[in-house]
Design a protein around this ligand. Sequence first.
Ligand code: ASP
Ligand code: MG
Length: 452
Amino acid sequence: MIIIKFGGTSVQNEEAIGRVISIVRGRLSEKPLVVVSALARVTRLLCSIAEEAEAQREDSVKDLLRQLRERHFNLAGNLLAGRPDLLDRCLKDVEGLISSLETFVGGVCLLGELSARSEARIISTGELLSSTIISYAFNANGISCHWIDARRMITTDDNYLNARPDMDVTEANIKRIVGLEYRGADLVLTQGFVASTDKGATSVLGFEGSDYSAAIFGMALGAERVEIWTDVDGIRSADPRVIGDTRKIDVISYEEAAEMAAMGARVLHPLTIEPARKKNIPILVLNSTNPSCDGTLVIRGDQSPDGPKSVAFKEDVLFIKVISPKLDGVTRMLGKVFASLYPRRIPVTLAKATESEVFLVMPEERVALQDALDEIGKWADVTVYRDKAFISVVGRNIVGFEGLGDKVISVSGKVHLANVSANMMSENFVIDRDRLQVTMESLHDYIFKTGA
Ligand code: ASP
Ligand code: MG
């Protein structure tokens, strides 16, 4: 079996879904489980519906629901124009989903209250709608496709918007249900992102979570590979919105891809790697608008080359120095600082310590951060530096690649902190934010064009 996952832009309209059908048709002999996201921008639209309902802005809710209905009705109408019988059934299913959403949102509007549980219920509708229409489109094109509700398979905790699966239960469900549904079908299809708690309430796996769903299905089914289809030619050496001339990464290890995600690159959902690595299932990142490009292969480290793969960044980080008047020692210093940060769940990107100092890099301001810093301020001098950026060059054995530090210093003017990660998977720098763009550009240029 293989898993083929299509993101929102890969299913955004009639032409895109036409490409999806031909990509899948060429792979039927490999027994695919197709996983789809909501149509592009629909999850965002649903989030707005939830927010507007909470704010009890009824007219705005109505208008947004109308947009949702129109988009899906038009799409189904276009895709199934030649099959009025299927179109009729499809529109009934779509209408069923939307009117049940309408009733639910009406309740939220009336109460003016939106719980995480209600929000998950609302935003899961995007995948239920897209998968329903796409399933009919396969059938209309002579591919017998069985639609499966992912909520029957992925069982999670009740952290509704960022739910974590119970892998044992989930794996057993997936094996059983996919096995059953495959009988008499050329293809089975389900939703990414969507899951349910063990009590049967809808939950979702966090934004961009469809990749994670695909990896979970892949692990449970022992798939030969997991294909993630997007709209760029594989994983890039940097974010193409920041660097004009990026390169495609041909092969990258699970660990490097995970490090890239952790360091701010928007590649795969960060949790995607783990299930695939566990069973050693290759992930292929491919472009549905250019299917002949061979994309990026994510595999085991001993099968992928060393050296820099990408330059990632995080904008607007805080750089914090904690200096103790005493020589407390590293253990005590870190222990005391994290005793204030951890209970408030303040995320830290990087921490470095000496006998009397701790340096921290973290995302911009969290509500509880000031409290934590005030607490630390009782025993140490705390200085917060704003408008900093974090750059990370990711690649196995990155220290073997010379000149990165010199380059960053010479372009950025000032490096506040330089660090090689303990797994030797990334070399990281904190610089002034207003030097981020030029530093990214010349670092990328140095590594990938003039580099060794
Ligand atoms: N539709 C969800 C989102 O936009 C999940 C996904 O596409 O991965 O976040
Ligand atoms: Mg995505």
